[in-house]
Design a protein around this ligand. Structure first.
Ligand code: SF4
Length: 508
């Protein structure tokens, strides 16, 4: 029993052939597949009487970088003007297949010589039944309370986690939702993560919160409204940034924000430029001068509050401290999307007035300083012992090699962040992978490409499968044991060629 099959209802492996059907052994489901059909995950099929991986192995061709240290290598000859350099190939795990259970070498172990250094890349598609997805949604709006359940198709698939600066964060997937709940919960969690990782749009609802359409690299749609801007900072930071621009144009500025509402006349930024007192009173919890918490509950209004009318947060004006008829007041949100202008009347009550042109530039400046609001999706998974066993006969050696930075890890050729501490726990921005790089198996688990690149002598030292090492040309010509075609694609521009990254480390 392997770590995967122990946790799922699977059938005994049985014969490799049952009647006209062939058994796929790439995951614990062990489908029997009829000729011309694919198995439960659509990744493998029975074609021509053999089990075939149905997507091509993806080989990335990296562009020729101009300038910098990555000029043409010696021996490559004159550049022929083609911006894609076919000598900078990288065999990815996309379409490579799995070796499950991993008692045998990974599907491709590819050697390439780079500037006189022999490098080996071990390529596989990992089955991640413990994986999750972290979603960053750039918005000020309150989408739900921390720890609130996030649902897809009515099933719980994750929760709201700690908000970060200018963004709401979701944690989706993980083993509890994948395998710890009902079958439907596991299936929907897997579908949701797969769609998000493959850059598709997913509708999520938060208990007692919003309904959000999330798609990697796209603005979030919150309760039907497309979010455009990520705030420039909290209310206090906004005061700090723009106080000098407002001086002389208006008597008071309040930046309304759910986290910290700022008041220029009281704020340190106002004090240092001798901003005059105005006798304003904010109904909130004063933190430090000019900085107020809890002016409202979190919501969909001004600056992520529930406020539709910003005057709600003002108390009586104090004439002894500077309040006077005609005093001018600008109220603005942290994205500059909401703004209003008032003047005090004879009873010291703010009265809305047409927005003056002289202030428009400073409000536009706040908007201009806001970045576009996006959804960011990070796939997070741990390369467990079973996967590592496809790389080396002594799996812990791979972990140590990764932690020593001797082995460079990529997902579909994209750089990953490897967490410190035990194991090989990694995160990758799905936007950096080629499209449709992720798959699934109905155990349920996500399938993600993963590659390990290291020096050949290091690979042999850590107990790697030396006899399974092949050249990239041989892989291109012959393919692998799953008989699928090879497909060359230009690598995404933002990704460095993984072999050059490893070379730099070696020389570092
Ligand atoms: S679900 Fe896919 S990988 Fe698993 S046995 Fe069936 S065809 Fe093979």
């Amino acid at each position: 029993m392997s770590e995967l099959s122990e946790r799922f209802e699977t059938h005994e492996p049985g014969e490799a052939r049952a009647g006209e059907k062939l058994r796929c052994d790439a995951c614990p489901v062990m489908c029997y597949i009829a000729e011309g059909r694919t198995g439960a995950c659509d990744r493998y099929g029975n074609f021509g009487g053999r089990i075939v991986r149905s997507d091509p192995v993806t080989i990335l061709e990296h562009r020729v970088e101009t300038g910098g240290e990555l000029v043409s290598f010696a021996g490559e000859g004159e550049w022929d003007g083609n911006p894609v350099n076919p000598t900078r190939r990288f065999v990815t795990g996309i379409g490579s297949g799995t070796t499950y259970p991993d008692f045998k070498p990974a599907p491709f172990i590819v050697a390439q010589e780079v500037e006189g250094v022999d490098l080996v890349t071990v390529v596989t598609e990992g089955i991640f039944s413990y994986c999750g997805v972290k979603v960053k949604i750039d918005t000020d709006r309150h989408i739900g309370s921390e720890t609130a359940i996030v649902r897809a198709q009515g099933e719980p698939v994750g929760h709201v986690t700690t908000a970060e600066y200018g963004s709401q964060m979701l944690s989706l997937g993980g083993v509890r939702h994948l395998t710890g709940g009902s079958k439907s919960e596991g299936r929907v969690t897997c579908d949701t993560m797969l769609a998000l990782c493959n850059k598709q749009a997913v509708e999520l609802t938060i208990d007692d919160g919003s309904t959000i359409i999330v798609q990697a690299g796209q603005p979030p749609v919150i309760d039907g409204t497309v979010e455009h801007r990520m705030r420039v900072g909290c209310g206090s930071a906004t005061i700090g940034m723009f106080a000098t621009q407002w001086q002389g144009l208006v008597d008071e500025v309040v930046v309304v924000d759910d986290h910290i509402t700022g008041v220029v006349s009281e704020h340190q930024a106002g004090k240092v430029i001798d901003w005059a007192e105005t006798g304003i009173k904010i109904l909130g919890r004063r933190s430090t001068p000019g900085r107020y918490f809890k002016v409202s509950e979190p919501g969909l209004g001004w600056g992520g509050t529930t406020i539709a009318d910003p005057l709600e947060i003002l108390g009586p004006w104090n004439p002894k401290k500077g309040a006077r008829p005609g005093l001018s007041l600008l109220m603005v949100s942290t994205t500059g999307e909401q703004f209003a202008y008032y003047e005090l009347d004879d009873a010291l009550t703010p009265v809305a007035k047409p927005f003056p042109d002289r202030l428009r530039k400073s409000v536009d400046l706040i908007e201009d300083n806001c970045e576009p609001a996006l959804c960011t999706v990070l796939f997070m998974g741990g390369a467990g012992g079973s996967l590592r066993a496809g790389v080396t006969e002594n799996p812990v050696n791979l972990t140590r090699s990764v932690q020593r930075l001797q082995t460079y890890v990529t997902c579909g050729g994209a750089p990953v962040y490897v967490w410190p501490g035990g194991g090989i726990t990694l995160m990758v921005d799905v936007m950096r992978l080629p499209d449709n790089a992720f798959g699934y198996v109905p155990t349920p688990a996500l399938v993600a490409p993963i590659e390990f690149t290291l020096r050949r002598d290091h690979y042999e030292q850590l107990g790697g499968y030396a006899s399974a090492v092949r050249s990239v040309d041989d892989v291109l010509a012959e393919g692998g044991e799953y008989f699928n075609p090879r497909e060359a694609k230009p690598a995404p521009d933002a990704n460095p060629w993984p072999l050059s990254q490893q070379l730099r480390r070696e020389r570092g």
